[in-house]
Design a protein around this ligand. Structure first.
Ligand code: AMP
Length: 185
């Protein structure tokens, strides 16, 4: 462990510090939305490190074979978590971004729909997957991601989020997957 990491380990980041750092931006990207801006967490080395540790939680390379992150903010956390766990990282991307053969899943948004995709060979049959995204709102994105992962043969051991917007009930769309969120609103 280098000196910087030693100091960080001594001053464990508390969840309320993460909560204080998340910035609420009203009416972005459109009127009525309370956007949770995580960039102040990302730009602070100690908070970022603590956030990754909390997201990894009790997992280890004995319980997880791969981390899957959802486009785009799930990539930031997911790759760092994978490195922490010494496992690989799998991106779940917006449709049309992955170059090889993909599975696709569509889900409804407030207006219209969205499609996400995964490479067909990204996860091997029976691999244990830790799924991560920054925020669970209505659950459409995360449940589509779980469906993609199960189509590859992966087994989602947990879906973790920095933030859960409790009042939107997204958890109910992930009924067959353990869900954990660090901060709830
Ligand atoms: P949902 O599919 O409704 O659960 O939405 C989750 C996705 O939309 C995540 O990838 C979030 O990054 C993004 N998202 C939804 N609502 C918000 C919000 N209020 N603040 C920030 N990001 C959000």
């Amino acid at each position: 462990m280098n000196w910087g990491r030693f100091v960080m380990a001594l001053t464990k980041v508390m969840l309320d510090e993460l909560e204080d750092a998340v910035r609420n931006v009203s009416d972005f990207p459109k009127e009525g939305i309370q956007f949770k801006d995580i960039t102040p967490v990302l730009s602070d080395a100690r908070l970022l490190d603590g956030c990754i540790s909390h997201l990894v939680g009790k997992h280890s390379a004995n319980t997880v074979d791969v981390v899957a992150g959802i486009d785009a903010r799930g990539f930031i956390f997911g790759a760092a978590m994978a490195r922490e766990l010494s496992v690989g990282f799998v991106p779940i991307r917006k449709k049309g971004k992955l170059p090889w053969n993909t599975y696709e899943e569509s889900y409804d948004l407030e207006y219209g729909s969205n499609t996400i995709a995964i490479h067909k060979d990204a996860v091997a049959e029976g691999q244990r997957v830790l799924l991560v995204d920054d925020l669970l709102a209505t659950g459409g994105t995360a449940s589509a991601a779980v469906n993609l992962l199960s189509r590859t043969g992966g087994n989602v051991v947990e879906a973790v989020f920095l933030i859960e917007l409790d009042f939107l009930g997204g958890r109910s769309k992930l009924a067959h997957v353990p869900v954990r969120a660090l901060l709830k609103y």
